[in-house]
Design a protein around this ligand. Structure first.
Ligand SMILES: NC(=O)C1=CN([C@@H]2O[C@H](COP(=O)(O)OP(=O)(O)OC[C@H]3O[C@@H](n4cnc5c(N)ncnc54)[C@H](O)[C@@H]3O)[C@@H](O)[C@H]2O)C=CC1
Ligand SMILES: CC(=O)C(=O)O
Length: 349
Protein backbone atom coordinates (compact mmCIF):
# COMPACT_ATOMS: atom_id res chain seq x y z
CA UNK A 1 0.00 0.00 0.00
CA UNK A 2 1.18 3.53 -0.71
CA UNK A 3 -0.25 7.04 -0.79
CA UNK A 4 -1.49 8.89 -3.87
CA UNK A 5 -0.50 12.51 -4.48
CA UNK A 6 -3.83 13.56 -2.92
CA UNK A 7 -3.03 11.59 0.25
CA UNK A 8 -5.51 8.76 -0.29
CA UNK A 9 -4.29 5.17 0.11
CA UNK A 10 -3.53 3.16 -3.04
CA UNK A 11 -3.75 -0.65 -3.01
CA UNK A 12 -2.35 -3.19 -5.53
CA UNK A 13 -2.76 -2.04 -9.14
CA UNK A 14 -3.29 1.55 -8.05
CA UNK A 15 -6.81 0.90 -6.66
CA UNK A 16 -7.80 3.92 -4.57
CA UNK A 17 -8.74 2.29 -1.24
CA UNK A 18 -10.05 5.51 0.27
CA UNK A 19 -12.52 5.77 -2.64
CA UNK A 20 -13.35 2.07 -2.29
CA UNK A 21 -14.28 2.42 1.38
CA UNK A 22 -16.11 5.71 1.23
CA UNK A 23 -18.70 6.61 -1.38
CA UNK A 24 -18.39 10.32 -2.08
CA UNK A 25 -21.41 12.40 -1.02
CA UNK A 26 -23.13 14.01 -3.97
CA UNK A 27 -23.91 17.75 -3.84
CA UNK A 28 -21.58 18.13 -0.84
CA UNK A 29 -20.84 21.68 0.25
CA UNK A 30 -17.22 22.70 -0.30
CA UNK A 31 -15.01 22.15 2.76
CA UNK A 32 -15.02 25.03 5.23
CA UNK A 33 -11.75 27.03 5.34
CA UNK A 34 -9.12 24.72 6.78
CA UNK A 35 -8.55 24.94 10.50
CA UNK A 36 -5.06 25.97 11.60
CA UNK A 37 -2.91 22.82 11.84
CA UNK A 38 -0.29 22.64 14.56
CA UNK A 39 3.04 20.85 14.51
CA UNK A 40 5.11 20.23 17.63
CA UNK A 41 8.57 18.66 17.60
CA UNK A 42 10.14 17.12 20.67
CA UNK A 43 13.92 16.80 20.51
CA UNK A 44 15.16 14.06 22.83
CA UNK A 45 12.94 11.01 23.27
CA UNK A 46 14.15 10.09 26.75
CA UNK A 47 12.15 10.06 29.99
CA UNK A 48 11.28 13.75 29.80
CA UNK A 49 10.66 13.96 26.05
CA UNK A 50 8.32 10.99 26.14
CA UNK A 51 6.39 12.24 29.19
CA UNK A 52 5.88 15.53 27.33
CA UNK A 53 4.91 13.73 24.10
CA UNK A 54 2.35 11.56 25.82
CA UNK A 55 0.77 14.49 27.69
CA UNK A 56 0.58 16.51 24.48
CA UNK A 57 -1.19 13.59 22.78
CA UNK A 58 -3.69 12.90 25.53
CA UNK A 59 -4.49 16.62 25.77
CA UNK A 60 -5.04 16.92 21.99
CA UNK A 61 -2.67 19.87 21.63
CA UNK A 62 -1.36 19.26 18.12
CA UNK A 63 -2.16 17.76 14.72
CA UNK A 64 1.40 16.56 14.11
CA UNK A 65 3.90 15.36 16.68
CA UNK A 66 7.51 14.75 15.70
CA UNK A 67 10.16 13.01 17.81
CA UNK A 68 13.89 13.41 17.16
CA UNK A 69 16.66 11.51 18.93
CA UNK A 70 20.11 10.16 18.07
CA UNK A 71 19.24 6.66 19.32
CA UNK A 72 17.48 5.32 16.20
CA UNK A 73 16.14 2.05 17.65
CA UNK A 74 14.77 3.59 20.83
CA UNK A 75 13.26 6.40 18.78
CA UNK A 76 11.44 4.05 16.39
CA UNK A 77 10.29 1.95 19.33
CA UNK A 78 8.84 4.98 21.09
CA UNK A 79 7.13 6.18 17.89
CA UNK A 80 5.52 2.80 17.21
CA UNK A 81 4.44 2.43 20.83
CA UNK A 82 2.63 5.78 20.67
CA UNK A 83 1.18 5.10 17.21
CA UNK A 84 -0.29 1.83 18.53
CA UNK A 85 -2.44 3.88 20.93
CA UNK A 86 -4.18 5.58 17.96
CA UNK A 87 -7.52 3.95 18.74
CA UNK A 88 -7.58 5.60 22.17
CA UNK A 89 -6.20 9.03 21.35
CA UNK A 90 -7.26 12.15 19.44
CA UNK A 91 -6.12 11.80 15.81
CA UNK A 92 -2.51 12.99 15.58
CA UNK A 93 0.13 12.26 12.97
CA UNK A 94 3.18 10.92 14.80
CA UNK A 95 6.56 10.82 13.06
CA UNK A 96 10.11 10.23 14.23
CA UNK A 97 13.55 10.57 12.70
CA UNK A 98 17.19 10.97 13.64
CA UNK A 99 17.28 13.67 10.94
CA UNK A 100 16.02 17.04 12.12
CA UNK A 101 14.63 17.89 8.66
CA UNK A 102 11.52 16.00 9.85
CA UNK A 103 10.81 19.00 12.14
CA UNK A 104 10.35 21.41 9.18
CA UNK A 105 7.48 23.84 9.70
CA UNK A 106 7.12 23.24 13.46
CA UNK A 107 5.17 25.83 15.43
CA UNK A 108 6.89 24.73 18.60
CA UNK A 109 10.20 22.88 19.13
CA UNK A 110 10.63 21.46 22.61
CA UNK A 111 14.23 20.56 23.44
CA UNK A 112 14.77 17.87 26.08
CA UNK A 113 17.89 16.22 24.63
CA UNK A 114 20.93 15.76 26.76
CA UNK A 115 22.53 14.50 29.91
CA UNK A 116 20.56 14.37 33.13
CA UNK A 117 21.71 14.53 36.75
CA UNK A 118 22.88 11.45 38.60
CA UNK A 119 21.76 11.33 42.26
CA UNK A 120 23.20 14.29 44.21
CA UNK A 121 24.51 16.10 41.11
CA UNK A 122 23.43 19.74 40.53
CA UNK A 123 21.82 20.93 37.30
CA UNK A 124 24.67 23.38 36.67
CA UNK A 125 27.07 20.41 36.48
CA UNK A 126 25.45 19.32 33.21
CA UNK A 127 26.31 22.51 31.37
CA UNK A 128 29.44 21.53 29.43
CA UNK A 129 27.96 18.24 28.17
CA UNK A 130 24.67 19.79 27.08
CA UNK A 131 26.25 22.93 25.63
CA UNK A 132 28.04 20.81 23.01
CA UNK A 133 24.79 19.07 22.10
CA UNK A 134 23.00 22.40 21.74
CA UNK A 135 25.59 23.59 19.20
CA UNK A 136 24.51 20.64 17.03
CA UNK A 137 20.77 20.73 17.77
CA UNK A 138 19.64 24.38 17.69
CA UNK A 139 20.87 25.77 14.31
CA UNK A 140 19.14 23.10 12.14
CA UNK A 141 15.91 23.43 14.11
CA UNK A 142 15.69 27.11 13.27
CA UNK A 143 16.80 26.54 9.70
CA UNK A 144 13.92 24.10 9.16
CA UNK A 145 11.38 26.16 11.15
CA UNK A 146 12.34 29.83 11.02
CA UNK A 147 8.99 30.88 12.55
CA UNK A 148 9.11 28.42 15.43
CA UNK A 149 9.09 29.10 19.13
CA UNK A 150 11.81 27.23 21.03
CA UNK A 151 10.87 25.80 24.42
CA UNK A 152 13.97 24.61 26.25
CA UNK A 153 13.77 21.97 28.97
CA UNK A 154 17.28 20.41 29.09
CA UNK A 155 19.33 21.42 32.13
CA UNK A 156 20.68 23.74 33.30
CA UNK A 157 17.59 25.18 31.66
CA UNK A 158 18.21 28.91 32.24
CA UNK A 159 21.72 28.92 30.78
CA UNK A 160 20.75 26.60 27.93
CA UNK A 161 17.85 28.91 27.07
CA UNK A 162 20.38 31.74 26.80
CA UNK A 163 22.57 29.47 24.65
CA UNK A 164 19.59 28.57 22.43
CA UNK A 165 18.74 32.27 22.06
CA UNK A 166 22.30 33.07 20.96
CA UNK A 167 22.62 30.06 18.62
CA UNK A 168 19.18 30.49 17.05
CA UNK A 169 19.26 34.20 16.28
CA UNK A 170 15.53 34.26 17.15
CA UNK A 171 14.02 37.25 18.93
CA UNK A 172 14.04 36.70 22.71
CA UNK A 173 10.23 36.49 22.93
CA UNK A 174 10.40 33.25 20.93
CA UNK A 175 13.00 31.47 23.08
CA UNK A 176 11.53 30.28 26.37
CA UNK A 177 12.85 28.05 29.13
CA UNK A 178 10.42 25.83 31.06
CA UNK A 179 12.10 27.39 34.09
CA UNK A 180 10.23 27.43 37.40
CA UNK A 181 6.81 26.51 35.99
CA UNK A 182 7.57 23.10 37.51
CA UNK A 183 9.02 24.44 40.79
CA UNK A 184 5.93 26.66 41.19
CA UNK A 185 3.68 23.62 40.80
CA UNK A 186 5.72 21.83 43.47
CA UNK A 187 5.40 24.93 45.67
CA UNK A 188 1.63 25.12 45.16
CA UNK A 189 1.29 21.42 45.91
CA UNK A 190 3.23 21.74 49.18
CA UNK A 191 1.28 24.83 50.33
CA UNK A 192 -2.02 23.17 49.38
CA UNK A 193 -1.01 20.03 51.23
CA UNK A 194 -0.01 22.07 54.30
CA UNK A 195 -3.34 23.95 54.36
CA UNK A 196 -5.53 21.15 52.98
CA UNK A 197 -6.79 23.17 50.01
CA UNK A 198 -6.76 22.59 46.25
CA UNK A 199 -3.39 23.40 44.61
CA UNK A 200 -5.25 25.06 41.72
CA UNK A 201 -6.62 27.64 44.18
CA UNK A 202 -3.11 28.52 45.36
CA UNK A 203 -1.52 31.32 43.38
CA UNK A 204 2.16 31.23 44.17
CA UNK A 205 5.36 31.71 42.23
CA UNK A 206 8.91 30.50 42.46
CA UNK A 207 11.12 32.76 40.34
CA UNK A 208 14.83 33.01 39.46
CA UNK A 209 16.97 30.00 38.65
CA UNK A 210 15.35 26.61 38.06
CA UNK A 211 17.73 25.22 40.61
CA UNK A 212 19.33 25.75 43.97
CA UNK A 213 19.15 29.60 44.00
CA UNK A 214 15.42 29.83 43.18
CA UNK A 215 13.33 32.42 45.03
CA UNK A 216 9.91 31.89 46.66
CA UNK A 217 7.64 34.93 46.34
CA UNK A 218 5.89 34.61 49.70
CA UNK A 219 4.71 38.22 49.74
CA UNK A 220 2.39 37.71 46.76
CA UNK A 221 0.85 34.32 47.60
CA UNK A 222 -2.91 34.19 47.59
CA UNK A 223 -5.42 31.42 48.10
CA UNK A 224 -8.87 31.85 46.60
CA UNK A 225 -8.09 35.55 46.17
CA UNK A 226 -6.99 36.07 49.81
CA UNK A 227 -3.42 37.41 50.09
CA UNK A 228 -2.02 34.96 52.64
CA UNK A 229 0.77 36.76 54.51
CA UNK A 230 -0.97 40.14 54.82
CA UNK A 231 -4.15 38.33 55.96
CA UNK A 232 -2.22 36.51 58.71
CA UNK A 233 -0.52 39.76 59.76
CA UNK A 234 -3.80 41.75 59.81
CA UNK A 235 -5.45 39.03 61.88
CA UNK A 236 -2.35 38.96 64.11
CA UNK A 237 -2.00 35.24 63.48
CA UNK A 238 1.55 34.15 64.26
CA UNK A 239 3.42 32.08 61.71
CA UNK A 240 6.98 30.90 61.80
CA UNK A 241 9.35 32.09 59.11
CA UNK A 242 11.09 28.75 59.49
CA UNK A 243 7.96 26.94 58.28
CA UNK A 244 8.04 29.03 55.12
CA UNK A 245 11.77 28.42 54.63
CA UNK A 246 11.20 24.68 55.04
CA UNK A 247 8.51 24.65 52.36
CA UNK A 248 10.85 26.43 49.94
CA UNK A 249 13.68 24.04 50.87
CA UNK A 250 11.38 21.12 50.05
CA UNK A 251 10.75 22.66 46.62
CA UNK A 252 14.50 22.97 45.99
CA UNK A 253 15.08 19.40 47.23
CA UNK A 254 12.17 17.94 45.22
CA UNK A 255 14.10 16.98 42.08
CA UNK A 256 17.04 15.62 44.13
CA UNK A 257 14.66 13.42 46.09
CA UNK A 258 12.81 12.07 43.04
CA UNK A 259 16.11 11.44 41.22
CA UNK A 260 17.46 9.59 44.26
CA UNK A 261 14.29 7.47 44.42
CA UNK A 262 13.49 6.72 40.76
CA UNK A 263 16.54 7.94 38.83
CA UNK A 264 14.94 10.86 36.95
CA UNK A 265 11.91 13.17 37.05
CA UNK A 266 9.36 12.93 34.26
CA UNK A 267 5.62 13.10 34.96
CA UNK A 268 5.45 16.57 36.50
CA UNK A 269 7.72 18.11 33.85
CA UNK A 270 5.56 16.39 31.21
CA UNK A 271 2.45 18.14 32.50
CA UNK A 272 4.29 21.40 33.08
CA UNK A 273 5.57 21.60 29.49
CA UNK A 274 2.25 20.51 27.95
CA UNK A 275 0.64 23.30 29.98
CA UNK A 276 3.10 25.80 28.46
CA UNK A 277 2.57 24.38 24.95
CA UNK A 278 -1.19 24.90 25.30
CA UNK A 279 -0.77 28.52 26.40
CA UNK A 280 1.57 29.26 23.50
CA UNK A 281 -0.20 27.47 20.64
CA UNK A 282 -3.74 28.20 21.74
CA UNK A 283 -2.89 31.83 22.52
CA UNK A 284 -4.18 31.45 26.09
CA UNK A 285 -2.44 34.61 27.37
CA UNK A 286 -1.98 32.81 30.68
CA UNK A 287 0.73 33.80 33.12
CA UNK A 288 3.45 31.24 33.82
CA UNK A 289 6.76 31.56 35.63
CA UNK A 290 9.15 30.71 32.77
CA UNK A 291 12.71 31.50 31.85
CA UNK A 292 12.85 34.75 29.88
CA UNK A 293 15.50 37.30 29.00
CA UNK A 294 15.38 39.16 32.33
CA UNK A 295 17.55 42.16 31.46
CA UNK A 296 15.79 45.34 32.54
CA UNK A 297 13.30 43.67 34.90
CA UNK A 298 13.54 44.01 38.69
CA UNK A 299 16.87 45.82 38.42
CA UNK A 300 18.55 42.90 36.62
CA UNK A 301 21.31 44.19 34.41
CA UNK A 302 22.89 41.57 32.19
CA UNK A 303 21.89 39.15 29.47
CA UNK A 304 20.56 36.45 31.72
CA UNK A 305 17.59 34.14 31.35
CA UNK A 306 15.73 33.28 34.53
CA UNK A 307 12.13 32.75 35.51
CA UNK A 308 9.70 35.60 35.97
CA UNK A 309 5.90 35.43 35.73
CA UNK A 310 5.29 36.00 32.03
CA UNK A 311 2.24 36.06 29.79
CA UNK A 312 2.35 33.39 27.04
CA UNK A 313 0.52 33.36 23.73
CA UNK A 314 1.01 32.76 19.99
CA UNK A 315 3.87 35.25 19.90
CA UNK A 316 5.73 33.39 22.67
CA UNK A 317 6.45 35.73 25.56
CA UNK A 318 3.91 38.57 25.39
CA UNK A 319 5.10 40.41 28.50
CA UNK A 320 6.45 40.11 32.03
CA UNK A 321 4.00 40.63 34.89
CA UNK A 322 4.71 43.40 37.32
CA UNK A 323 4.42 41.33 40.53
CA UNK A 324 5.43 43.27 43.63
CA UNK A 325 8.59 41.87 45.25
CA UNK A 326 9.58 42.93 48.76
CA UNK A 327 13.16 43.98 49.51
CA UNK A 328 14.32 40.50 50.55
CA UNK A 329 12.76 38.85 47.47
CA UNK A 330 14.38 41.45 45.19
CA UNK A 331 17.78 40.80 46.78
CA UNK A 332 17.41 37.04 46.43
CA UNK A 333 16.38 37.41 42.79
CA UNK A 334 19.43 39.59 42.11
CA UNK A 335 21.63 36.94 43.76
CA UNK A 336 20.02 34.21 41.66
CA UNK A 337 20.77 36.24 38.51
CA UNK A 338 24.40 36.62 39.66
CA UNK A 339 24.72 32.86 40.23
CA UNK A 340 23.57 32.15 36.67
CA UNK A 341 25.67 34.96 35.14
CA UNK A 342 28.83 33.77 36.88
CA UNK A 343 28.53 30.35 35.23
CA UNK A 344 27.37 31.82 31.93
CA UNK A 345 30.29 34.22 31.51
CA UNK A 346 32.67 31.24 31.42
CA UNK A 347 30.99 29.93 28.26
CA UNK A 348 32.43 32.41 25.80
CA UNK A 349 29.21 32.52 23.78
N1 LIG B 1 13.76 21.88 33.10
C1 LIG B 1 13.23 20.96 33.89
O1 LIG B 1 12.37 21.26 34.73
C2 LIG B 1 13.67 19.54 33.75
C3 LIG B 1 14.74 19.25 32.95
N2 LIG B 1 15.19 17.98 32.83
C4 LIG B 1 16.32 17.77 31.95
O2 LIG B 1 15.88 17.17 30.74
C5 LIG B 1 16.99 16.50 30.12
C6 LIG B 1 16.57 15.11 29.69
O3 LIG B 1 16.32 14.28 30.80
P1 LIG B 1 15.84 12.76 30.59
O4 LIG B 1 14.82 12.71 29.53
O5 LIG B 1 15.53 12.21 31.92
O6 LIG B 1 17.18 12.11 30.04
P2 LIG B 1 17.29 10.80 29.15
O7 LIG B 1 18.70 10.35 29.27
O8 LIG B 1 16.19 9.85 29.49
O9 LIG B 1 17.00 11.33 27.67
C7 LIG B 1 17.85 12.18 26.97
C8 LIG B 1 17.68 11.84 25.50
O10 LIG B 1 18.42 12.76 24.71
C9 LIG B 1 18.88 12.05 23.58
N3 LIG B 1 19.92 12.79 22.88
C10 LIG B 1 21.22 12.93 23.21
N4 LIG B 1 21.83 13.70 22.28
C11 LIG B 1 20.90 14.06 21.36
C12 LIG B 1 20.92 14.86 20.20
N5 LIG B 1 22.05 15.44 19.75
N6 LIG B 1 19.76 15.01 19.51
C13 LIG B 1 18.63 14.42 19.92
N7 LIG B 1 18.55 13.65 21.04
C14 LIG B 1 19.68 13.48 21.75
C15 LIG B 1 19.34 10.71 24.16
O11 LIG B 1 19.48 9.71 23.17
C16 LIG B 1 18.22 10.43 25.14
O12 LIG B 1 17.17 9.67 24.55
C17 LIG B 1 18.12 16.53 31.17
O13 LIG B 1 19.01 17.58 30.87
C18 LIG B 1 17.38 16.81 32.45
O14 LIG B 1 18.20 17.39 33.45
C19 LIG B 1 14.58 16.94 33.48
C20 LIG B 1 13.47 17.18 34.27
C21 LIG B 1 12.96 18.50 34.50
C1 LIG C 1 15.47 17.49 36.96
C2 LIG C 1 14.80 18.77 37.16
O1 LIG C 1 15.29 19.81 36.75
C3 LIG C 1 13.58 18.81 37.90
O2 LIG C 1 12.86 17.82 38.02
O3 LIG C 1 13.30 19.88 38.48
Amino acid sequence: MHKSASGSTLGPGGLDLTQAFFKPITNAAPPSPTKRQYKISVIGAGNVGMAIAQTILTQDLTDELVLVDTNADKLRGEMLDLQHAAAFLPRTKIQASVDSSVTAGSDLCIVTAGARQIPGESRLNLLQRNLNLFRAIIPPLVRYSPDTTLLIVSNPVDILTYVAWKLSGLPSNRVIGSGTNLDSSRFRFLIADHLDVNAQDVQAYIVGEHGDSSVALWSSISIGGVPVLSFLENQQIAYEKETLENIHKSVVDSAYEVIRLKGYTSWAIGYSVANLARSILRDQRKIHPVSVLAKGFYGIDGEVFLSLPAQLGRGGILGVTNVHLNEEETLRLTDSAKTILEVQTQLGI
